[in-house]
Design a protein around this ligand. Structure first.
Ligand SMILES: O=C(O)/C=C/C(=O)CC(=O)CC(=O)O
Ligand SMILES: [Ca+2]
Ligand SMILES: [Mg+2]
Length: 401
């Protein structure tokens, strides 16, 4: 029996000892690096004496940056040590448990570069139909390489941060002139983010993902569809997706997903050798999207056409290093069914088929006051379940300046 008396700290609950995500919790003494145990957070600075040599200095600050830079051997050691500590019969000296629902989280690391992929075939085909009616929904390159665009690291915000409706240019097909103003087509995108660390690298082989990916966090890539449709050709989305991107405050170590790994489908024409996986790096994650109190969709990450290992290999194949704090997101996760689509653009088919909320209201795109929450789970060892920390955000009216 663990010294942690919390019914949510159990193998059949998402935040039991099989999960152990890291976050930075705001306490009366300032932000502290913590590990989540059920409904509680265990600040690591206070139990430094029980962590052994070298590890305390990686977790005694106010961010995960030193831990991210330290690399895989340290990540493994810390997780092992923490597993012993949280499953022991008695508390380590200095231990304090804080309720997660009474404290806020801050962005747990300094985001270096942010890249967003486009790796769900269902999403790419649906968006292709909606944005480029009449032409082939998938462009020729899509099955040969994981398509991506570079985002803005400075607008990645922690879960819980409000999102102001952005302004921008739009021009619908029948309009004579572009107009400027608040977006009328504000959307969410349910995605999975991968947080990088370790030595800055050159090319990363698919088999080396564990040396460079520290952990996993849910991402909402807020998108202004009217701004996007007007600006995106030929260089891809820009201001329509860079006003806010929300990241979960709890980052779950990649190691926690070792029982969730599934193969990625190989296209008929084969792959360039740098994209071939020697072991499967698809992940069997079940996601859930809620708007206010209504579950809108349940996408499955196992349906993705490109794995995070292939994405990482691709984004470094030209020699561009991956650095600690880099974040890459999977792209919108959509499945074949309507109830598995990862954004409103698809769920409402470009705004033509509204979705109903439980309060009787309907939505095509988001209204001010709407709250969007993404959650997820994965299979863990011995029938357990590994939880992904939620990412949530509320839409506010256009900011005054
Ligand atoms: O022009 C398109 O086909 C669409 C591009 C995107 O929506 C980019 C994006 O954020 C990709 C994704 O999340 O899957
Ligand atoms: Ca996206
Ligand atoms: Mg974004």
């Amino acid at each position: 029996m663990s010294w942690i008396e919390d019914p949510e700290f159990a193998l059949d609950k998402p935040f039991g000892p099989q999960t152990l995500p890291y976050g930075v919790l705001v306490t009366s003494a300032g932000p502290v690096v913590s590990v989540r145990v059920g409904r509680h957070a265990l600040p690591l600075r206070r139990i430094a004496g029980s962590l052994g040599p070298r590890l305390p200095e990686l977790v005694d600050g106010d961010s995960l940056d030193p831990l991210l830079a330290a690399g895989r051997e340290s990540w493994r050691e810390l997780r092992e040590r923490l597993t012993e500590i949280v499953t022991a019969g008695s508390a380590p000296p200095g231990a304090e448990l804080l309720r997660t629902d009474w404290h806020t989280l801050v962005l747990p690391f300094r985001v270096a570069d942010y890249v967003d992929f486009y790796s769900s075939r269902h999403h790419a085909e649906n968006v292709g139909h909606i944005f480029r009616r009449g032409s082939s929904p998938l462009l020729e390159n899509w099955t040969h390489l994981p398509v991506a665009y570079h985002g803005r690291a400075g607008t990645v915000y922690v879960s819980g941060t409000d999102v102001h409706r952005p302004c921008g240019q739009r021009k619908a097909p029948g309009d004579l002139q572009p107009a400027f103003g608040p977006t009328r087509r504000l959307d969410f995108e349910a995605e999975v983010g991968f947080v990088c660390g370790g030595e800055p690298s050159g090319r990363v082989a698919t088999s080396d993902i564990q040396e460079h990916v520290f952990g996993v966090g849910l991402v909402n890539d807020w998108s202004a569809r009217d701004i996007q449709a007007w600006e995106y050709q030929p260089l891809g989305p820009f201001l329509s997706k860079s006003f806010a991107t929300s990241l979960a405050g709890w980052i779950t170590p990649l190691e926690a997903f070792s029982h969730a790994r599934v193969p990625t489908p190989v296209p008929e024409h084969g792959l360039q050798s740098y994209l071939v996986e020697s072991e499967p790096w698809g992940l069997d994650l079940s996601l859930e999207i809620r708007c206010n109190d209504t579950v809108l969709s349940r996408p499955r990450f196992a349906d993705m056409a490109w794995s995070p290992a292939q994405q990482l290999a691709h984004m470094t194949v030209n020699g561009a290093p991956v650095r600690p704090g880099d974040l890459f997101a999977s792209g919108t996760v959509s499945g074949p069914e309507r109830g598995q689509r990862g954004c409103l653009l698809e769920l409402t088919w470009g705004g033509a088929e509204p979705v109903s909320l439980e309060d009787g209201e309907q939505r095509t795109f988001l209204q001010d006051g709407d709250r969007v929450t993404l959650g997820g789970t994965a299979p863990g060892p011995d029938g357990s379940v590994v939880g992904l920390g939620e990412v949530t955000g509320t839409v506010l009216a256009v900011a005054r300046r």
